[in-house]
Every structure is written in C-alpha cells, then in structure tokens.
Ligand binder design. Structure first.
Ligand code: NOJ
Length: 704
C-alpha cells in the first residue's frame, strides 16, 4: 500500500480525524458509530474514564468493535486502532509490573505478555498502553507499582520483554505496545501524582531515558507522553523531548500519543491560553495523536489555514500512524476473530510468574518452608481477598479466577484455620493456640496504588501492626505474607516476624504461588527491584547513587556511612537486588578473559568476558539471580557507586555448580558524559558479581 498516495487524497479534516482518538464505552456506542461514519477517526480507546484499564472491558463486545471497524473501512478505507490499558493481564491477572520486574526473568515476562496479548485480542484490542517504563525512586508514588522499579538496566530488560511479548519478534506487529510515560513521570516531586519533575540532562539520559531507548530498539510502535513538566516545559509541548531527543537521539519511528487530555491540560499548566494554542504547540512539538481531547480535531484545520502549523507536519504524523496500521496488516485484515486459547496455560504462566516474583525477605532459623503436615492458622485482611491482590488496573480481570492466599495455603497443608473473628470461617482463640504456626497475611488495597493514588507514609497502619503484635504475643512462630503493591517500611514490625514473604499484588494465582513457596514446592527466587527503606523519611534512597563527598560507599557499608539522619540507620532495611532462597549459593573464581583493552578496541565492538562460578550448597534445587554491577572508578563526571549491567537467572540442583559468563563492552561501560554523547572513558572499572547490590566480590578491568 502506498501511504503517500493515501495521505495525498485526504482532506485536512480527514487528517485531523486520523490524529484523533475518541472514547468508547457502553453509553456512547451509537454515537461512536455515527461519528466514525462521518469522520476518518484514527483510534478508539475503550474507556469510560481516564483510566481505561480500570473500566470494565466486558461492556463492549468484539462484535461491536468489528462493527465500528466495518463502518470505518466502508466509509474511509482506513482501519481504526482499538486501544486499552492492558497492563498486567486481561482476563487472567499476572502480578503487577513491579512484581514481574522482581522476577528478574525477562523471558518469563515476554512469554506472559504473549498470553496477555492473546486474551486482549480476543476482546477486540489491538493496542495496549503498556509497558509503563517510569523508573522511580519513590514508593509513595502510587504508580511505582506499574513500572520496573528503580533501576534503568532492569527497566531496559522489562521494556524489551513486554514490547516483544505484545508485538512479537518480527517486523509485523501483533498488538501494538506503547512505551509510557515519556518522560520523567516517575520523578514527580514528593511522589505526588501529576506533579512536576526536576531532571537534569545528565539524569535524563543516564537514568530515565534508558528503558525508553530499549523499547524503541525493540520496535515499540507507539510512545505516550507523560503529564509532568521538566525544566519548565510540559512534555506535551516540548519539541526538545518529543522530537530532538525521542526521534533524534533515540531513533523512534512510530507515533506518539498524548496521555489522556494532556494537550488541553497545557492550558492548566499555564503555557498556552486556550485549546487551540495547545493543539498548535503539541503538534509542532511532535505529538502525533490526541487522546480524547479533540484539540486536534477541532483546531488543526484552522491552524493550517492560518499558517501556524505546516501541512507537512500534519502529514508526517498521519503517515506515522498509517505506517503502524500497515505494519499491523490492518488494511488487509482489519477485523478481529475469536481465537480460542488455553486458559489453563495462562493460569500456569500466571502462577509461575507470581512465584518467581515473590521475595523472601527474612527466614529466621529456616522456619520456611513448612512441613505439609503442619497445622497452620491464617489471619489478616488479605487472606480471603480476591480483588486487592490483583492490584491496580484490575476491572477487566475475572475475579472468580483469583485463588485467595488462604485457599492456596489450605490446599497444601494438613489443617488450616482462619482467625479473624469476622467471618464464618473463623477459628476460636483456643483452636488458634493449638496450631504450629501463624501466618499473618497483610497488604494494601488496590485503591491506594496506581494512578492518582499516592500515599505520604509507607509504614504499615496501626491495625496491621496490632495484628502482627497480637500474633507474636501468642508465642508461636509468625510468618508474614505481605501483599503490597509498593515497597513498605517494615522497620517497626520486622522483629516480630520470623519469616517474611513479600508477595506483592501477585494476581489471580497469588494463593497457589504463595503456598508453593510456603510448603517448599518452589524455592523463592524473586529479588527486590527497588530498595526497601526502613522509614518513609529515607526516601529517596536508592542503590545507584554517586559517591558523596564524605561517604564514598553510600548505603553499602554501614560502618563508613556517617549518620546523615540521627534518628535512623542510614542503610535501607533491604537493598536493591536482595532476596533469599531455601538454599545458599557460593560464588567463586571471578575472572576476566582479558583485563585490559584499548578504547579503540572497545569502540570497535570488542569486550571483556567476565565469568564466575556459582554453586548451590544446599539440599534444595533453586534459581539464583546472578547480578553484575559496574563501577567506573574515575570519570569526568560522577558515576554511581554501582550500576547493574547484567544478570542471569540460573537454576541449580543441589551441589550443582555452573559458570556464568557476562559480556562487558561499550554498552555496559559507557555513559552520557559532558557532551550528552554516549562515551567510554579510559581508566579502571570494578566489576562486582554476586547476590545483590551489596556484593563486594570484584575484579578490576581497564580501558587503556
Ligand atoms: C491516563 C494514564 O496516565 C495512562 O497511563 C493511561 O494509559 C491513560 N489514562 C488511558 O487510560
């Protein structure tokens, strides 16, 4: 198909419509059909309000969507893209993205999203507004649960996994992915949603942009702008960010959609007087499609006629959109067909993802795993919950699919009581005191995570603390199963818990996955994708900070760290990359194939192979996340004390030993330096390999 010739035949009104996304929900179906008949609408978002994925998708059927598509094809010959927030599942719910990141297993994530795509497509969705790639250092921010956590490298891996999971590996696109929110949304001040971000160019390139660069490289069809401003310019009106950086530096060739009403919001943000000016600024900045605002639809024609917007600018945006539609083969196959899929296969995948994402934070005297002959008492507000444990963006999910944590545990042990005094399942105090162990299941509502759901403190609430203390007072061993979306500050409860499993908002299979781990059918192998502070006041606390003028080692070494707060230890409660298993691994024999390479060799693509031996010393087969961190010892600009630059999740049988190899080349050694260009500087680099970011085991390689 010749896109140029299609565009050359379009009227200005048709072009403006093609750059427009309209809303579709149960109450406006007829109106949408009418509008699509008249105008060449580019896209439809299945959404009743501004959080599309929090809208019950079942209200619109595939037949209705196909009908709308038919109207578009018959009247304009251009297919419509049907978008929706398919964030971590569609009918079956996988763990929230932050938890998926904790799995440190990109292959598993990619496979999960191929299944998720199957479900969404069967519901008439061919464009998902995911992955969310906002790395964040602030767990107060409700949307931290939707992103990869605090680390750019992990963000890069998640970006690739989700984009390829949705879109497929090849050139054609199955479901279009949308890398969002471009850029810096995760840095909103104070963790307040929609707030401004302050990001230097240095941090922008070395930290925030990296996951987006990876999404672009992986072929992401679309990018969504973020609501925040940076350095006094909202992203929706920033030519620098949307064109110079995104297209010029990152090489993005797809199209950019605004976030919900982000164009008209420019008026509120104070950079334009009215919606017409907003449309003018956004289209000239490089924002191609307008989500639900109608600013382009209403004003582009006028703006072109007034010579305020060049017709070539609009044409370019239309061509970008049509190219994606072509890559999706929508001109030839615009309609959705039901393709049966195996629900059971999806359940298995969701269970695997959930158990790989669970992080064992504490296991005093190896109390876990429990014997299946144990008698167990379960208590706490999340034990029987079916909705909160699915996390945010959950209205599409089939709630009957949720296996509660209580049911999961009950299915595996000899006897399981429930104690809370509130439901008919409740055990009496007497019965409780007969059991071997108490499992306290606590968590947070999905309503205080996600969009517009930030909190000012991340400590547990008084009721939760009371439950933990009460359990402890029985004198029994107490296991905490914590189903939260974000990291929480556990400082004042951690000593009362003998073991802690952080199960996140783990999705439909959370109960089975938790029980698999509690009873030893699976050894925990999730690792923290974000630092866990002791108290809220430590935020922001993150592992990849530069050395300070006084404390070179950051939070890595308590003894070296001067008390920058008098009232709390400066280290986090648990560091980035941390997590226990039911076995111990030893690392040995870390070496490099060569220890010196010239800068020219590195620039030509040569690299170091760093290897390490990892051995499972225990009696249990388990996965280990072998993590590689780099420190650029002396550089023109400061570099982080350590930066994750590789990881490998390996499976080891008892006594088994494996060699793990990492390639360290230009990509891994480079940073965006003074000129804003990616560069490697001569000098020494320390390479650390181990079990989390506190690892000390290292070798030094040199670029000469
Ligand atoms: C606003 C959210 O910020 C964005 O992530 C989402 O995709 C859109 N609403 C559509 O629901």
């Amino acid at each position: 198909m010749n896109i140029n010739s299609v565009v050359s035949k379009m009227t200005l009104k048709e072009k403006a419509a093609q750059l427009t996304q309209i809303q579709l929900h149960k109450d406006n179906y007829e109106a949408v059909c009418e509008l699509v008949k008249k105008e060449a609408i580019g896209s439809v978002i299945v959404a009743a309000n501004l959080t599309a994925g929090n809208t019950d998708r079942t209200v619109i059927t595939m037949a209705q969507i196909n009908h709308i598509q038919k109207i578009a094809m018959q009247n304009h010959g251009v297919p419509i893209l049907f978008g929706h927030d398919v964030i971590h599942g569609h009918r079956i719910c996988w763990p929230i993205p932050l938890a998926l990141s904790a799995a440190f297993n990109p292959e598993l994530v990619k496979e999960s999203y191929t299944y998720i795509a199957e479900e969404a497509k069967n519901d008439g969705i061919n464009w998902s507004f995911a992955p969310m790639l906002d790395v964040s250092r602030d767990p107060r921010w409700g949307r931290i649960i939707e992103g990869p956590g605090e680390d750019p490298y992990l963000g890069e891996k998640m970006a690739e996994a989700v984009v390829k999971g949705f879109q497929g590996d090849g050139d054609s696109i199955n479901i279009a992915a949308c890398a969002k929110h471009y850029i810096g949304y995760g840095a909103s001040e104070g963790g307040r949603d929609y707030h401004k971000a302050e990001i230097s160019d240095y941090s922008l390139r070395n930290f925030y942009l990296r996951a987006f660069r990876s999404a672009v490289r992986s072929g992401a069809a679309t990018v969504m702008n973020s609501f925040n401003e940076i350095s006094g310019q909202p992203t929706a009106s920033s030519k620098y960010l949307l064109t110079d950086v995104l297209r010029g530096e990152l090489g993005f060739e797809g199209f950019v959609i605004s976030d919900w009403a982000a164009i008209s919001q420019l008026v509120r943000q104070g950079v334009v007087e009215n919606e017409k000016e907003a449309a003018c600024k956004s289209i000239n900045a490089g924002l191609d499609m307008d989500m639900t605002d109608n600013c382009y639809f209403n004003y582009l024609e006028e703006l072109i006629n007034e010579n305020r917007v060049a017709v070539e600018t609009v044409d370019l945006s239309v061509k970008r959109i049509l190219s994606i539609k072509e890559k999706m083969n929508l001109f030839d196959e615009p309609y959705f067909e039901e393709k049966p899929y195996s629900k059971e296969k999806h359940r298995v995948s969701a269970r695997e993802a959930a158990r790989e994402s669970i992080v064992l934070l504490k296991n005093e005297n190896n109390i876990l795993p429990l014997d299946k002959n144990s008698t167990v008492c379960v208590m706490g507000d999340m034990s029987l919950d079916k909705r909160a444990v699915l996390g945010s963006w959950s209205l599409d999910f089939d709630i009957d699919e949720t296996v509660t944590i209580y049911d999961g545990i009950k299915s595996k042990c000899k006897s399981c009581l429930y104690f809370d005094c509130l439901t008919p399942k409740d055990a009496t105090m007497d019965e409780m005191s007969q059991t071997d162990v108490i499992i306290v299941v606590l968590g947070e509502s999905d309503k205080i995570t996600g969009e517009a759901n930030s909190i000012s403190g991340i400590e547990l609430n008084e009721h939760q603390k009371f439950i933990i203390k009460s359990a402890k007072r029985t004198g029994k061993k107490v296991i905490g199963v914590l189903a939260f979306g974000r990291p929480r500050a556990l400082y004042d409860v951690i000593d009362d818990l003998d073991a802690v499993l952080y199960v996140w908002h783990g999705g439909s299979q959370i109960g089975n996955a938790t029980a698999d781990i509690i009873f030893g059918d699976f050894s925990p192998c999730g690792r923290l994708p974000v630092t866990m502070p002791r108290v809220t006041g430590q935020i922001p606390i993150y592992y990849n900070c530069p050395p300070s003028c006084r404390d070179e080692d950051g939070y890595y070494d308590k003894s070296l760290w001067k008390p920058n707060y008098w009232d709390v230890d400066s280290s986090p409660l648990y560091p980035f990359g941390y997590g226990l298993s039911y076995t111990k691994f030893t690392y040995s024999d870390i070496k490099a194939d060569v220890t010196k390479l010239t800068l020219q060799e590195i620039e030509k693509g040569k690299g170091f192979i760093i290897s390490v031996r990892v051995k499972n010393m225990g009696a249990v087969a388990s996965k280990e996340v072998v993590q590689l961190y780099i420190r650029d010892c002396v550089s023109f600009m400061t570099r982080p004390i350590k930066e994750l630059k590789g990881f490998d999740k390996i499976y080891l049988l008892p006594d088994e030993e494996k060699t793990v190899n990492f390639h360290i080349g230009f990509e891994e050694l480079a940073y965006y330096g003074q000129s804003g260009q990616l560069c490697v500087e001569k000098g020494d680099f320390k390479i650390f390999i181990g079990e989390n970011c506190l690892v000390k085991r290292s070798i030094t390689i040199s670029v000469i």
